[in-house]
Design a binder for this molecule. Structure first.
Ligand SMILES: NC(=O)c1ccc[n+]([C@@H]2O[C@H](COP(=O)([O-])OP(=O)(O)OC[C@H]3O[C@@H](n4cnc5c(N)ncnc54)[C@H](O)[C@@H]3O)[C@@H](O)[C@H]2O)c1
Ligand SMILES: [Zn+2]
Length: 673
């Protein structure tokens, strides 16, 4: 034996024993450890080797057999006509080759194909005698299957008795037992809740449910069945695959509504295209399209090879899952400061593209997956969804080569501390004002209407300023010159002058607006106002402990922590100092005698639109008098301020008998009219 042959022989042995192991996990345990694509890849490599070295082909090769082995715990059933598998193709060219082979063989004027969705479940043979369901079996190894009659009888959409005319006295229907997507998700949720292992996919869930000794368990599982062919029969049947399916339907048997009879290559390709698009919205999983010669006589003439008919082929969708290795984990900082772990993968082809990154979302997800750097993982990319790590192939973990994923303690972009607040999944950078990753977002927020309200500084302009490296943080806005600004694309001198002027104007603000403008997480307009009223000065707020912060109305544990950490970052404090240095100022907040607060502890809601005053000003004025301003009307509301075109809030307030003030009345109350 020359070197090439002996190396081919060794490869064949290695692949065969791997495939046998995978077959066992898949068909016997109903729990595959590798994606189908990995199995198919090995299978095709083996087939190719056997084609290149025909002398090495053994009758026991996995390429010559139908996958499963019937479990001995079931009574065995011998199939009168073997239940075969299907050949498969993965691209248009191979599909065209298949069609060409059929055409070459055909003497028909018009060779039609029956096209069916390839349901992703497991095949079953169901025998009806005189219209009554008498036996059901799995495919098993193709010759012998498992008797699962009692379990099949529990499948909701399958009739125990056929109806209609001309039913053959003996009729073996073949089809797929599968699980609806919705039922599968629910089943897995239940299993997880009960501390049991969930199924990897609906196919394996269907197989695991059907092959239960206790039919009560099978009955509790959301199984369904669609017919796609006939085995043995006594009586008359149509001579076309498509018409046979119609006949089965007329006897009350369930068939997929997607099945079509078509003529011509174009129509065959169109079907594939259409159903690929429809796939995500189908209630059940399909993993491809099956093309069958429609004419039964032509089917018989074409016959079979070892494990599959020559008259049919399955065009499989590009695999949505593939196996690869996690080479490293990097951390990306998003524009809101969220730190996302990203798995750096050995590049792998999946879902039609080469993937080398997959998001790991957050710490919880890493824990859920139990993933380590160096692990072999299954990567999933369905449709346009970003690639995900679906699971770790724990069987292939080599401990010496793996290490734990360690989250950074400081931001990989700006080195500020990171925080992860209890109850939140996300880890964040706390250098909001300084962090390069968060720069654009921070400046846009700073200039926005409810913050410093810089007229003429829109989002696009902020992008430009940052991209042209003119500013790094909000404080640098104030040293921009007319010359600098007018050098930007689409920026004339007049607008540049206006903007510089507006920036000057915006320096006069309030402490509340200033606090809001810093973009501290969870510190909205109302919270900023409460903080300003409570602490009165910025230094007082800077010194506040978490406990003290929590005593402010509206401020809970989470907000308090965000504030506290934000104000402990050197870099943030520097930017704040620079802002003050640039001339931002606000009027001192007067100590007020609470007894003078007219509206202390009264709750207001504002709705509708106003003419002489803005909604924000009404709000600020009410708050200055000690009132709380809430967003929705409830029993706790004391007064509704209703402007023009007030709607549901007005109706509700009227219903609850709450005091209602119109614009005139509120202006009077505020002493402004
Ligand atoms: N991940 C693993 O470890 C692993 C192991 C073994 C097998 N597998 C997967 O199983 C495949 C082999 O399984 P297989 O032999 O069942 O072949 P198959 O699933 O590729 O094709 C044949 C089967 O398709 C089903 N089918 C669905 N719709 C049909 C229709 N309209 N008409 C006819 N048949 C239809 C039937 O059950 C039939 O037996 C492999 O290609 C691989 O994807 C995976
Ligand atoms: Zn950062």
């Amino acid at each position: 034996m020359n070197d090439k042959v002996s190396s081919a022989k060794q490869q064949i042995q290695e692949i065969s024993s791997l495939l046998e192991e995978y077959n066992y996990q898949y068909y016997v345990q109903d729990a595959p450890t590798v994606p189908d694509a990995e199995y198919d890849r090995l299978f095709h490599t083996l087939k190719q080797l056997e084609t290149d070295y025909p002398e090495l082909l053994s009758a026991n090769s996995p390429t010559q057999k139908v996958g499963g082995t019937p479990l001995s715990k079931f009574e065995q059933v011998t199939h009168k006509i073997p239940m075969l598998s299907l050949d498969n193709v993965f691209d248009e060219t191979s599909l065209n080759d298949f069609m060409k082979r059929v055409m070459d063989k055909s003497t028909l004027d018009e060779t039609a194909f029956c096209i069916e969705p390839k349901l992703d479940g497991l095949a079953a043979s169901i025998i009806y005698e005189n219209g009554l369901l008498v036996q059901a079996a799995t495919r098993g190894d193709g010759l012998t299957g498992e008797n699962v009659t009692e379990n099949v009888k529990t499948i909701a959409n399958l009739p125990l008795r056929l109806r209609g005319d001309n039913i053959p006295s003996l009729l073996e229907v073949r089809g797929e037992v599968f699980m609806l997507k919705a039922g599968f998700n629910k089943l897995n949720e239940g299993l997880v809740a009960a501390g049991e292992k969930p199924f990897v996919n609906p196919r394996n869930a269907a197989a695991g449910s059907l092959r239960q000794l206790d039919s009560k368990i099978a009955a509790s599982r959301p199984l369904a069945f669609y017919c796609y062919s006939v085995g043995v029969f006594e009586g008359e049947l149509a001579n076309s695959q498509y018409q046979r399916i119609e006949q089965l339907k007329s006897w009350g048997l369930p068939v997929s509504s997607e099945v079509k009879r078509v003529v011509g290559e174009d129509a065959c390709h169109d079907f594939y295209q259409n159903i690929s698009e429809k796939r995500p919205s189908l209630a059940y999983e399909i993993d491809g399209v099956v093309y069958k010669v429609d004419d039964i006589k032509l089917q018989q003439e074409m016959g079979f090879v070892a494990r599959a008919p020559r008259w049919a082929t399955a065009y499989k969708f590009p695999a949505e899952e593939a196996v690869t290795v996690v080479e490293n984990v990097e951390f990306q900082v998003g524009r809101t400061g969220a730190i996302t772990p990203v798995a750096k993968l050995k590049p792998v082809f999946v879902g039609g593209v080469t993937v080398s990154n997959a998001t790991l979302h957050n710490k919880d997800e890493i824990e859920r997956l139990g993933i380590l750097i160096g692990d072999v993982v299954v990567v999933r990319r369905a449709g346009d969804v970003i690639p995900q790590v679906a699971r770790v192939v724990i069987e292939q973990r080599e401990s010496q080569q793996t290490r734990e994923i360690v989250f950074p303690e400081t931001c990989p972009v700006c080195d500020s501390d990171v925080e992860r607040i209890e109850g939140e999944a996300v880890t964040r950078c706390t250098g909001g004002l300084f962090c390069e990753a968060q720069r654009k977002q921070a400046i846009k927020h700073f200039a926005s209407r409810k913050a410093l309200d810089v007229d003429g500084l829109g989002d696009k302009l902020v992008d430009l300023l940052v991209d042209h490296k003119m500013i790094k943080d909000p404080s640098q806005l104030f040293s921009l010159t007319v010359a600098q600004l007018s050098s930007l694309p689409r920026m004339g001198e007049t607008s540049a002058k206006k903007l510089v002027n507006n920036l000057q104007l915006s320096k006069k603000t309030t402490l509340a607006r200033f606090l809001y403008s810093l973009g501290i997480r969870e510190v909205g307009e109302a919270t900023a106002a409460n903080l300003a009223n409570h602490y009165k000065t910025l230094p007082a707020l800077k010194k506040a402990s978490i406990e003290s912060l929590k005593s402010v109305s509206d401020v809970g544990e989470i907000v308090a922590k965000h504030l506290y950490y934000f104000l402990r970052q050197e870099h943030n404090l520097e930017v704040i100092d620079q802002l003050i240095g640039a001339g931002i100022h606000w009027p001192e907040i007067q100590e007020v005698d609470e007894s003078e607060l007219l509206l202390l502890d009264k709750t207001f809601v504002i709705t509708g639109s106003f003419n002489a005053i803005s909604r924000n000003d009404i709000k600020a004025a009410l708050q200055a008098l000690g009132a709380k301003v809430a967003g929705s009307v409830s029993k706790k509301t004391n007064t509704l301020v209703a402007g023009e075109a007030a709607g549901s809030k007005l109706a509700k307030a009227t219903e609850l008998g709450i005091e209602i003030l119109d614009e005139q009345a509120v202006l009077k109350l505020l002493g402004k009219s």
